[in-house]
Design a protein around this ligand. Structure first.
Ligand SMILES: Nc1ncnc2c1ncn2[C@@H]1O[C@H](COP(=O)(O)OP(=O)(O)OP(=O)(O)O)[C@@H](O)[C@H]1O
Length: 444
């Protein structure tokens, strides 16, 4: 049984959460049992959770941590959450803040977006004299690994000695390793593995009364290649093609399939920028003189007017945190149709509006593929993933997905040149502009 307090259940309802997802129904009681027994020292244990992307793993640890810590009287750092990217720090912190509203719990974040000194003031209440029990301004801290190490080395009175919960995204993952050697290297204490493979459709019972036994299955550690469980609402396509046709296929998705909200992953920042410019220029040529332009009002690449929809924007770790937040806000509000991005966005970021994911450059690691396509079809919604595989990569890509038992989920597309012939004229003009931009003469 979940047995969450009336306050937590009420808070969840205010946030639109009426029932527990499968992973929450499996993890929350296990986590409660683990921290209840951890008072007896030899019962301390680690929990490892494997569940599809977008299945609700964040609330699975946020809810029990807030439940437990809301009974505290003195502020001490009792829960530490380590996640791989800054964007994820912001997102997880917001989730803690929403759930803990009204409890008085203090949630902090350190990720290197501001100076170390500013972060020190934010997380530690007294830096003047060394205190053996440390001093803390926060009960819960969300951080990136690098910044955590900085504070451990350089922040007086920052201490982990009162920690009751340590969450590592690595161990709450859609791609949790089954490799016994890698698991051994983590030095886990009496690990309990929970694997949830069912889709994240809400269960019948409410948050306060949830049976868990049927949902969790034993994780098959050491069983060879990992078979990833994917979101049930995800449809996956791939197309084998020449590299030169790849931009046209992206344009086909935008202008023929009328995709209005997509993330597009490239292999490098340069490739992302080039594609961003190409799509922006194409949009101008394609829409020039057309009376029926309804889906895309052109705005250079972004005019800022509230009605405008920008056809394309780019997102990368090179942008400031403020710029990144602003782009994500516009994308969430439906004001950007195609967001071209690097893998900084692929890990854990929760954008409920993503209709499709495009792998403009096919990932060559299955983990990367799972995290990228997992930005769509979240929380029981539907979504589509398209992967463009260059001819010389096709053998490797197919072998990779087959090795992970994934090939049968995917459908091979064959977009014929005749399907996209109406884009040719604007595309030709675009290529001429691109060649001018990059000072490269066309071959023809
Ligand atoms: N019980 C619930 N009812 C409704 N929505 C929920 C519930 N639990 C989680 N969600 C929503 O589902 C979405 C995905 O959750 P979350 O980001 O925790 O997924 P995740 O499993 O951590 O994904 P990833 O592996 O990609 O990090 C979020 O928008 C969250 O608010």
């Amino acid at each position: 049984m979940l047995s969450l307090s009336t306050r937590t259940v009420q808070r969840c309802r205010e946030e639109g959460i009426e029932s527990a997802f499968a992973v929450q129904a499996a993890v929350i009681p296990a986590l409660r049992e683990a921290y209840t027994l951890s008072r007896l020292r030899h019962y301390v244990r680690d929990l490892c959770v494997s569940a599809p992307t977008g299945s609700g793993k964040t609330l699975a640890y946020v809810l029990p941590i807030v439940e437990k810590l809301s009974q505290r009287t003195v502020v001490r750092l009792r829960a530490l959450v380590v996640v791989p990217t800054r964007d994820l720090v912001v997102q997880v912190k917001e989730t803690f803040e929403r759930v803990s509203k009204g409890t008085g719990l203090r949630v902090g974040a350190v990720m290197g977006a501001v100076s170390l000194a500013k972060e020190q003031q934010h997380i530690v209440s007294n830096q003047d004299i060394e205190l053996c029990g440390g001093s803390s301004n926060v009960d819960i801290l969300v951080c990136t690994p690098g910044r955590l190490v900085d504070h451990l080395n350089m922040t007086q009175n920052f201490t982990l000695q009162h920690l009751e919960f340590l969450i590592q995204k690595l161990l709450f993952s859609a791609t949790l390793t089954r490799d016994p050697t890698r698991i051994a290297s983590l030095h886990l204490v009496r690990p309990l593995y929970i694997s949830v493979e069912s889709p994240p459709a809400p269960q019948d019972a409410g948050l306060s009364a949830m049976e868990t036994e049927t949902m969790a299955v034993a994780l098959d550690v050491g069983s060879g290649e990992t078979k990833y469980s994917m979101p049930a609402g995800l449809t996956e396509y791939f197309q084998v093609c020449n590299p030169s046709i790849k931009p046209m296929l992206v344009l086909h998705l935008l202008y023929h399939l009328n995709i209005t909200s997509a993330l597009c992953f490239t292999k490098s920042l340069e490739a992302a920028h080039r594609l961003y410019q190409l799509v922006g220029i194409f949009d101008k040529h394609y829409n020039r003189g057309r009376d029926d332009v309804t889906t895309t009002r052109r705005v250079g690449h972004n005019s800022g007017s509230s009605d405008d929809v920008t056809v394309v924007a780019e997102y990368s770790s090179d942008l400031s945190q403020q710029e990144r937040n602003s782009i994500l806000r516009q994308f969430r509000n439906g004001r950007i149709r195609l967001l071209i991005c690097s893998d900084v966005i692929a890990r854990g970021l929760d954008l409920d509006c993503v209709q499709a994911v495009v792998n403009y450059d096919a990932p060559m690691h299955m983990d990367k593929y799972v995290h990228r396509v997992g930005r769509t079809a979240r929380a029981g919604r539907k979504g589509t993933a398209y992967t463009l595989v260059e001819k010389q990569e096709a053998r490797f890509f197919k072998a990779m997905v087959k090795k992970h038992g994934h090939y049968k989920r995917m459908t091979q597309l064959k977009v014929k040149p005749s399907f996209i012939s109406d884009l040719n004229e604007a595309y030709k003009a675009t290529m001429q502009d691109m060649h001018r931009l990059y000072s490269v003469l066309p071959n023809e």
